[in-house]
Design a protein around this ligand. Structure first.
Ligand code: VG1
Ligand code: CO
Length: 543
């Protein structure tokens, strides 16, 4: 044995946020920083003898180095077996899939997801539990508590493990199995969707572009779309994972995926466009000249779910994060199934899926998924859309227009104010919370306030309670304004303002979104004093 015990002191600020610990790469490069957090994970897990863990990341800068550190610490903590993606690569949904398929005890995902990468970018780490999903708050809080008190970490000083060839080696008695990062995931997709119908669609000349944004979805999309489904070579663009994402900001929205949006608006646009994020759990769906909002995408998938073989028996229920539009609620009602409203972050969906209360889940932040794994899943959503297009013979814009005609349209937008002064942002939220009791019954612009609160969630399965999950102002007609502070940013504070307005009348389904929401935007600024308090005239990003 070559296990070293290294003395260390706690770092402040290692509390996991919405989706794990995310910091600047430079912060992670401090000696002991990553090691402390990983030690805290192992202290939380306890005895690891006989256990299997899964390990992989989105390939961003620092990924390879972090994988080696974690392997050497896992060996020092007596883990029996580690399943690692070749080259240290595994998308977030693939980690979830591999944990479940191989009955692993849990897994570690290295990603800062949609945050930029490279030496000056961000890095992240999170722990997933045995159901394949992000650790619930009681686990992340236990990890955080350990980060504040630990005094040493344990690590093997054996040489680095070869990660580039599939096969099994040992590291201080621990088995390291390097696996194909795509195989298990691709096999699962083949069981959920009608690959025959999608293959036939491509054979008929259907055209598509999938933008991997030089992040981890590329290898998955190439293997499945161009490989298994026979889409022409070149269907996947920016398909090589790069350590700095080729300078892309791998967040699939119309602002960051401008290249794809331009392609889809050109006269010779392909039939279908899609993009994914850094760790491949997000998706953007684009038709000719139309980007589908993630909230609508969830609702449309729910309404058409039975076209996919994996969902032919119908869905049990839907869950959406609180700020996500209520479009899915209308579908759930029509289907006679339950719809749950959870706090932001995929970890809140896990219990509902484990208890078989919901099949589909979604977030307005370009996240959609189902109980096939316990993470949101970008390529899964793209395949679902392909399956719908193949089964109905309709175009994206036709499916969207017909959905609105049947259920009405939920105009929806999110305004982000990034890297705002943290004290100003906290001050704004505190002042808003103080105002809430007085808002109910007031008339604001064209609206009457029906409900104003700070969202509290009681998990229906284990009764755990999450407080302060976002200030919401709900109008009598169901229109909503929601304010939250981001839990994934690494600079100052990011204020997210979510806006929603329902329109039943098909004659008014083609308004420009920002125009349709301008009344709510004015009310939001009036109530929060956002502009005055932050000194920002405009959001940094509108999606
Ligand atoms: C954001 C999104 C949230 C998502 C989270 C992780 O969190 O709003 O819906 O679950 O990112 O997504 P926040 O706290 O910054 O609003 V990912 O693709 O970065 O794992
Ligand atoms: Co992501």
């Amino acid at each position: 044995m070559t296990i070293q015990t290294v003395a260390t002191t706690p770092f402040a600020g290692q509390r996991p946020g919405t989706s794990g610990l995310r910091k600047k790469v430079t912060e992670f490069q401090q000696p002991g920083y990553l090691e402390n957090f990983v030690e805290a994970i192992f202290l939380t897990l306890g005895d690891c003898a006989g256990r299997t863990l899964v390990l992989g990341g989105d390939g961003r800068y620092f990924n390879r180095q972090a994988i080696q550190t974690i392997l050497h610490m896992a060996a020092a903590h007596g883990v029996a077996r580690m399943l690692v993606g070749r080259g240290g690569i595994l998308s977030t949904p693939a980690v979830s899939c591999v944990i479940r398929k191989h009955g692993a005890f849990g897994g570690i995902v290295l990603s800062a997801s949609h945050n930029p990468g490279g030496p000056d970018g961000d890095f992240g780490i999170k722990y997933n539990i045995g159901n394949g999903g992000p650790a619930p708050e009681k686990v992340t809080e236990a990890i955080f508590a350990h980060t504040q008190t630990l005094t040493s970490y344990r690590i093997s000083d054996a040489p680095a493990v070869n990660l580039d060839d599939i096969g099994t080696t040992t590291l201080d008695g621990m088995q390291v199995e390097v696996i194909d990062p795509v195989a298990d995931y691709a096999e699962l997709m083949g069981r959920l969707f009608d690959f025959g119908a999608i293959r036939a669609l491509f054979q008929r000349g259907f055209t598509m572009k999938f933008d991997g944004m030089s992040a981890v979805s590329g290898p998955y999309a190439k293997a499945i779309l161009e490989g298994v489904l026979g889409a022409p070579a070149g269907t996947v663009i920016n398909g090589e994972p790069l350590e700095d994402f080729g300078g892309h900001h791998p967040d699939p929205n119309p602002v960051n995926a401008a290249e794809l949006i331009a392609l889809m608006s050109a006269p010779d646009a392909p039939d279908f466009g899609a993009a994914s994020d850094g760790d491949a759990d997000r998706n953007m769906i684009v038709g000719r000249g139309i980007a589908v909002t993630p909230s609508d995408s969830l609702a449309i998938i729910a309404a058409n779910a039975t076209v996919a073989p994996g969902y032919a028996a119908g869905i049990k229920g839907i869950a959406r994060s609180m700020p996500t539009s209520t479009a899915a609620d209308r579908v759930a009602q029509a289907l006679g199934v339950s719809c749950f409203e959870t706090p932001t972050g995929w970890k809140y969906f896990g219990n509902l899926m484990d208890a078989d209360m919901v099949t589909l889940c979604g977030e307005e932040s370009y996240g959609t998924g189902s109980n096939h794994v316990r993470e949101k899943d970008g390529l899964w959503a793209v395949l679902f859309w392909l399956n719908m297009l193949a089964a109905t013979g309709k175009s994206v814009d036709q499916l969207v227009a017909e959905h609105w005609a049947r259920f009405g349209r939920n105009y929806y937008s999110r305004h982000d104010y990034e890297a705002v002064d943290a004290i100003a942002a906290d001050g704004m939220m505190a002042a808003l919370r103080d105002k809430l009791p007085k808002l109910v019954g007031q008339t604001l612009g064209d609206y009457r306030v029906a409900l104003a609160d700070d969202f509290v969630y009681t998990d229906p399965v284990d009764g755990s309670i999450a407080t302060k999950q976002g200030v919401r102002i709900v109008m009598l007609d169901g229109s909503r304004i929601v304010f939250r502070l981001s839990g994934t940013g690494t600079e100052g504070a990011t204020i997210r303002l979510y806006l929603e307005r329902y329109e039943a009348d098909p004659a008014r389904h083609n308004l420009e979104t920002q125009q349709a929401l301008s009344g709510l935007v004015a009310i939001a600024d009036g109530v929060s004093e956002l502009r005055r308090r932050t000194g920002r005239e405009q959001p940094s990003v509108i999606t």
